[in-house]
Design a protein around this ligand. Structure first.
Ligand code: AMP
Ligand code: MG
Length: 346
């Protein structure tokens, strides 16, 4: 497939290019565009044939529902029934932004978009380019992360160009994503709001405005993965070609353990990579990619680091462990999945 590529500067948006890409969307084609979380692979959410092209391009299982991206809050009422007070509160406080809400769906949303569920996931992104594209397309846009299913989500223009050119109708190259992790997914169909996927808007942030918020219990353990309420959470995810391990323990023990293993791997002809906090980067003997100093930086660098390791032909990646409060919850969720839940205790 010939892919139409547009490079767009977020500070000086070229509306002619936006309109060309938006036209592809309104004609039932797929277009990749940047959002504040990760790059999304979009198609008209209300057009079953268009949505099928998303699943094809990604190689995504069809029981894994898509998030519908809207331009204005009022579109929620066209797509969902029973828009609760909690939904209004979340939309009022965090939209546009990196949180997706699950509500009961109206018939207008095809089953292909909802993965056969009676509910629909909706988000109003804040990214200027994403917003212009959705507005100009004139329809709600279903858009999962723009990676081949199972691979790390794309957070930079070169990720989508390298992986998806030829697989979609259009690609908008528009710089780096701000947050670098996918949106928080919040189920508002039950009595107590439940986080199905942790993200940059944290449990703590949500509890401030909603009171009690639950975390899908299946997120905690690998064995419970199959019971995950967000169908997508049960699949292998964020996997580079290299084998990923999380190393947990006191910092000095982690460093010693990783250096020991690096030597062993070397003897076995295997290339080792380490992903760590900036402050530790000189302490490892392996090829190191620093994830930054703060959790915000780690979140925004994580997927790129996994992809970079593949480019460096790394066979085994060791990653430091992070706390599981605040943003750390989302980071550890992605890391654990990437590592297939393999943890080495140092
Ligand atoms: P992605 O499209 O890659 O950002 O992933 C979207 C995530 O939201 C996946 O984990 C989906 O399974 C989840 N999701 C989307 N729609 C629903 C829904 N109606 N109910 C539960 N989870 C959903
Ligand atoms: Mg994804």
């Amino acid at each position: 497939m010939k892919t139409m590529i547009s490079s767009i500067d977020i500070n000086n948006i070229d509306m002619k290019e936006i309109k060309k890409q938006a036209k592809l969307l309104s004609e039932g084609n797929t277009v990749i565009f940047p959002t504040e979380t990760v790059y999304g692979l979009g198609a008209n959410a209300l057009d079953e044939n268009a949505v099928k092209k998303i699943y094809e391009a990604k190689g995504r299982p069809s029981d894994n529902p898509l998030i519908v991206h809207i331009y204005e809050k009022k579109e929620v009422y066209d797509l969902a029934n029973d828009v609760s007070e909690n939904a209004e509160i979340v939309m009022g406080k965090f939209w546009p932004g990196p949180i997706t809400i699950i509500l009961n769906k109206k018939d207008i949303v095809p089953n292909t978009t909802s993965g056969g569920l009676d509910t629909v996931a909706i988000r109003m992104p804040s990214h200027k380019i994403a917003r212009e594209i959705i507005k100009q397309a004139g329809v709600p846009i279903a858009a999962p992360s723009a990676n081949i299913s199972g691979r790390p989500s794309p957070t930079k223009a070169n990720h989508v160009k390298e992986e998806m050119e030829g697989r979609v109708g259009g690609i908008v190259l528009g710089g780096d994503s701000n947050f670098g992790l996918e949106s928080t997914v919040l189920d508002l169909t039950g009595k107590i709001p439940m986080i199905l996927r942790p993200g940059s808007i944290t449990k703590e942030d949500l509890e401030e405005i909603l009171g009690k918020v639950d975390l899908d219990p299946s997120l905690a353990k690998k064995e419970d993965n199959k019971k995950a309420k967000a169908p997508g959470m049960k699949y292998t995810h964020y996997s580079p070609d290299a084998d990923v391990f999380i190393v947990s323990g006191e910092s000095v023990n982690v460093i010693n353990k990783v250096n020991e293993l690096t030597e062993l791997n070397h003897k076995n002809g295997l290339n080792t990579g380490v992903m760590c906090l900036e402050k530790n980067k000189c302490k490892y003997m392996a090829k190191v990619i620093s994830l930054g100093e703060t959790l915000e930086e780690v979140a925004s660098n994580l997927f790129d680091a996994l992809r970079e390791m593949d480019k460096l032909n790394i066979d085994i990646i060791y990653c430091e462990e992070f706390e599981t409060t605040g943003l750390g919850q989302a980071i550890m969720n992605r890391l654990l999945k990437s590592a297939g839940y393999k943890i080495i205790k140092a």
